[in-house]
Design a protein around this ligand. Structure first.
Ligand code: NAD
Length: 544
């Protein structure tokens, strides 16, 4: 990049999802890629300082909907490779952190175009096969949301860098937005290819170097994302890819003095354990590390008696069951006035029974399997408990089958207890619980919703009555970091609804916004004096 210029970056826009119409080219291309990836079993290496490294410790990468089918073998890092990755990140910091920001930005803008074009089918297919997403769910995540993160983060970075202080006459004040002094550890979840990639690339865009520990249940899409970034021009050592055991990686990385930040998305309990671990070794670090974590949720829909029944029904079915309820924003507890529930209940049962879950390469299915055996066991246990409970009834679904894939049928539980366990604890599966409340109890149900769970991620109110909407908005002010009025609480779009929650749901640093990027910088204020003082006494010191 030439030096003498003030750049303006391209205006960002949201990528439009594919429709995958029956005879479309995009559908044909995706099907071919699904077949190709299903017929190979590559070895996924670590990528340290740009070099592919294989290890003896490995993890089988499988399809959740056909768990006997192995898609790849992923190498896992041992202590020696984790140390190498830290060294590589520290070495790359010297050049990457000093590169013109627009040169860094152009890599991610190019990555966005590669993903929108030639890489789209491969990353979507890997997400479908390894994470059991339908074509639509894969495309809105692995393609569209990740493209949006890359386009909009560049736009937000430009906005941050442009913020400069006022200068009085004779001075020039400047703000230099340095990256953190050290490496960022990105530990990422299984459920969104886009979130995983964003956790590694957002700090990198701001000039940081990164260790990326992907989820053991989403290693294929993460690996292809690394390959794409290389093609986009990402220099060696900027993001070091180290699949492995989360605890082992964290234990090594968090004891290093140059650990400068944690970018985490996953469960609340893991984030809290990491925070404690960092607190215990705080004397080790050169800087106070930045801790950014987006964690669990117990997301709700509350309907007022003035709610539109059609909109409510659609929101419940889509919000609870798309991607098998494995979205952090998925609705898992609903509160409906008794009268409305009487007419909605049979229709909800009918709609839920019509949802087919199966092998996602069959495009007629609404959903796939849950991510792994541990998740399946947890959901099965919740269903078995509900079958025995005196204060809960399964009114739809409740079928579990792990013979071919880890399948849980979309399940609706009706409870007479607003604090029943599936109303309070995160399950992260296709199970939603409904509590019908007395029609006149809207005000008190809002209080109950606020106090039922420790989380504060997403929530929605359905009402036509504006007073009810205002009440809900006030009472539930801290119950959700993303609050929806007459819409399902899932499907936040980068650049439109920055995402994140408070309480036990995270540090609320809003992925896909300037607020997140600001966590990965350490500003330096520079004052240049054009007319420095040349005499020590001040005027007041003279008497006449
Ligand atoms: P998880 O906590 O099991 O795993 C997340 C990551 O942490 C993985 O890479 C895993 O290998 C690693 N890990 C696990 N134990 C570890 C340890 N002891 N030390 C260090 N790393 C460790 O979560 P998951 O199953 O991948 O994802 C589901 C969870 O993520 C849900 O709770 C969901 O609500 C949450 N989530 C939240 C958001 C959000 O924006 N708030 C978004 C997506 C997912």
């Amino acid at each position: 990049m030439t030096i003498n210029q003030t750049v303006t970056i391209p205006i960002p826009y949201n990528e439009v999802p594919y429709n995958y119409h029956p005879s479309s080219t995009e559908k044909e291309t995706l099907k071919q890629e699904l077949t190709r990836l299903s017929n190979e079993t590559p070895t996924i290496p670590l990528i340290i300082d740009g070099k592919k490294v294989t290890t003896k410790k490995t993890n089988p990468v499988v399809m959740p909907h056909r768990h006997q089918h192995q898609l790849a073998t992923c190498c896992h890092a041992e202590d020696a490779q984790i140390t190498q990755a830290i060294n590589a990140a520290n070495k790359a910091h010297l050049t990457w952190s000093r590169m013109h920001w627009e040169d860094r930005a152009s890599i991610f803008l190019r990555a966005a175009e590669l993903l929108a074009g030639p890489w789209r089918a491969r990353i979507n297919a890997a997400t479908m096969l390894n994470q059991s997403k339908t074509a639509h769910q894969a495309d809105i995540d692995a393609a569209c949301e990740l493209i949006d993160f890359w386009r909009y983060n560049v736009h937000y970075a430009e906005h941050i860098y442009k913020q400069q202080p006022y200068s009085a006459h004779g001075d020039w004040n400047r703000m230099e937005y340095r990256p953190l002094e050290g490496f960022v550890l990105a530990i990422t979840p299984f459920n969104f290819t886009s979130i995983a990639a964003n956790l590694a690339t957002a700090p990198a865009l701001m000039g940081n170097t990164v260790l990326w520990k992907p989820s053991c249940a989403a290693e294929l899409s993460a690996y292809y994302t690394m390959e794409l970034l290389k093609e986009a021009g990402l220099p060696d050592g900027v993001i070091n890819f180290i699949p492995g055991d989360g605890k082992q990686v964290a234990d090594m990385a968090l004891r290093d003095p140059s650990f400068a930040g944690l970018h985490f998305t996953g469960s609340t309990q893991v984030f809290r354990a990491l925070w404690k671990q960092i607190g215990n070794t705080i004397d080790t670090y050169k800087n106070y590390p930045r801790l950014v974590g987006e964690t669990g949720g117990k997301d709700f829909i509350v309907a007022h008696r003035s709610a539109n029944e059609e909109a409510l029904l659609t929101a419940i079915v889509r919000g609870a069951f798309e991607y098998q309820g494995q979205k952090c924003s998925a609705v898992s507890r609903i509160y409906i006035p008794e009268t409305l529930w009487q007419s909605l209940k049979p229709r909800l049962i009918e709609e839920v029974h019509a949802l087919s879950m199966g092998d996602i390469t069959d495009f007629t299915h609404f959903g796939g399997a849950v991510i792994h055996k541990t998740a399946w066991n947890k959901h099965k246990a919740a269903i078995e408990t509900a079958k025995q409970a005196s204060d809960a009834t399964i009114i739809a679904g409740g079928i579990t089958d792990d013979s071919v894939g880890w399948f849980i049928s979309p399940t609706v539980i009706e409870t007479s207890n607003p604090f029943y366990e599936t109303m309070t604890q995160e399950l992260f599966g296709p199970i939603v619980t409904c509590f019908p409340y007395a029609d006149d109890d809207f005000d008190s149900i809002l209080q109950t919703i606020d106090q039922t769970s420790p989380y504060g991620l997403t929530g929605a109110v359905f009402a036509n009555d504006k007073t009810a909407i205002i009440k809900a908005s006030h009472t539930l002010r801290y119950s959700a970091g993303n609050f929806y009025i007459n819409d399902k609480p899932t499907g936040a779009v980068v650049g439109q609804q920055p995402f994140g929650g408070g309480r036990a749901s995270g540090t609320n640093d809003k992925a896909g916004s300037a607020m997140n990027l600001e966590r990965w910088i350490s500003p330096r204020t520079i004052k240049e004096n054009f007319t420095p003082a040349t005499s020590i006494p001040y005027p007041y010191m003279k008497e006449c």
